[in-house]
Design a binder for this molecule. Structure first.
Ligand code: XIL
Length: 355
């Protein structure tokens, strides 16, 4: 088990940081400006009190030291790419496998990184015993509550935000016909948020989805639901915008759309950013991708309650994109050999408030 020590994210106050810089400039005048760790993504993010995160797979975490050194140098937040999904945690009923999730949480604690929990209620990556179990509504309700109590409870104080509900909507704004929606009705969302809040009152609780970055039917439906949940006093704290983009297609309405959620008093976060390009990636497309990384990250960080930006992987080596979107790839800021791509510079300029 982990220690139950609580870690809170406390960025260095800007005044203190400025004072330290001033002292350093006097004491060590030969310091090269721009050579400090402040020029990393996490240096910039720490400086403005936001998160820059990466989705982390258990394989690279445990087997690829180049990956891990980039992860720890550049990112102050991690999301388990798969290890906290229900099929990974409870492959057979009542038998839990916490090993990979614990490894990531322990790694994060050891490297001063926050953890985004992903994800508690989703239609996908459910264990087959659950999917095919023909459970009644009341049994499913009990199973879902137990899953949330157990999972959120285990990492209480160590996960700063949870994607409680993932991908609940169809593109036209209707509710997706998931197991949960079909058997329990839309009320499962409020229940899941309430249970998660009871299990860890300090964690920020999110609804997360894709294709909600633009102002469109899907984001309108989510906006209506979010307003309703807030009016009912349901503990909803944030909206996660996955942001799996195609190069050249960062929506023009993204910033205004995030702002309308922020104006409800909700946090907004970009939670799964990647920007895929047609393969083989040309220099022109990689340059366009760089501009898109800057734009997408600024679209969040320029909004009042943006808590941060997470990219869905570190290097193109392990990205889910080529296996999911035929003909596309090269979606992340680092090459397969851990060279920073133009996309890295774009992201860095988006996160650096002075760029
Ligand atoms: C993806 C992972 O990256 C893959 O490794 C896995 O095979 C499937 O799931 N939206 C989400 C993420 O919320 O959990 C998905 O992650 C990508 C789309």
């Amino acid at each position: 088990m982990h220690r139950r020590r609580r870690r809170l994210f406390r960025p260095l106050p800007l005044a203190t940081a400025a004072a330290l810089v001033a002292v350093a400039a006097v004491a060590v005048p030969q310091l090269t400006p721009g050579a400090s760790a402040a020029t990393t993504l996490r240096g910039y993010a720490d400086g403005r009190g936001v998160r820059i995160g990466a989705a982390v797979g258990d394989t690279p975490l445990t087997s690829d030291s180049s990956y891990v050194s980039v992860l720890d140098r550049e990112f102050n937040s991690v999301t388990a790419e798969n290890a906290m999904k229900w099929d990974a945690l409870e492959p057979s009923r009542g038998t839990y496998n916490w090993a990979a999730a614990d490894r990531l949480v322990n790694h994060a604690v050891a490297h001063d990184q926050g953890v985004r929990g992903h994800t508690l209620v989703w239609y996908s990556q459910l264990p087959s015993w659950l999917k095919n179990g023909n459970f009644s509504a009341s049994q499913l309700n009990t199973l879902l509550k137990k899953h949330i109590d157990t999972t959120v409870g285990r990492y209480r104080g160590k996960v700063y935000a949870w994607d409680v509900v993932n991908e609940a909507f169809n593109e036209d704004g209707s509710m997706r016909g998931s197991l949960w929606q079909t058997e329990l009705g839309t009320g499962y969302i409020a229940n899941a948020l309430r249970w998660a809040h009871a299990a860890d009152p300090a964690a920020k609780l999110y609804i997360n989805d894709y294709n909600i970055e633009a102002d469109n039917a899907k984001s309108d439906a989510l906006y209506a639901l979010a307003r309703q949940l807030l009016a009912q006093g349901v503990p909803l704290h944030g909206i996660g915008f996955q942001s799996h983009f195609v190069v050249g297609q960062v929506p023009a309405s993204m910033k205004a759309n995030l702002k309308r959620f922020s104006d409800l008093g909700l946090e907004v976060s970009v939670t799964e950013l990647d920007i895929r390009v047609p393969l083989p990636a040309s220099a022109a497309e990689l340059a366009r991708q760089s501009a898109d990384y800057k734009l997408a990250s600024e679209n969040c960080l320029g909004v009042k309650r943006c808590a941060g930006v997470t990219v869905w992987g570190v290097s193109d080596t392990y990205s889910w994109v080529p296996g999911t979107f035929a003909g596309y790839g090269a979606a992340l800021p680092y090459t397969e050999h851990y060279a920073a791509k133009p996309a890295y510079t774009g992201l860095s300029n988006g996160v650096n408030p002075k760029a």
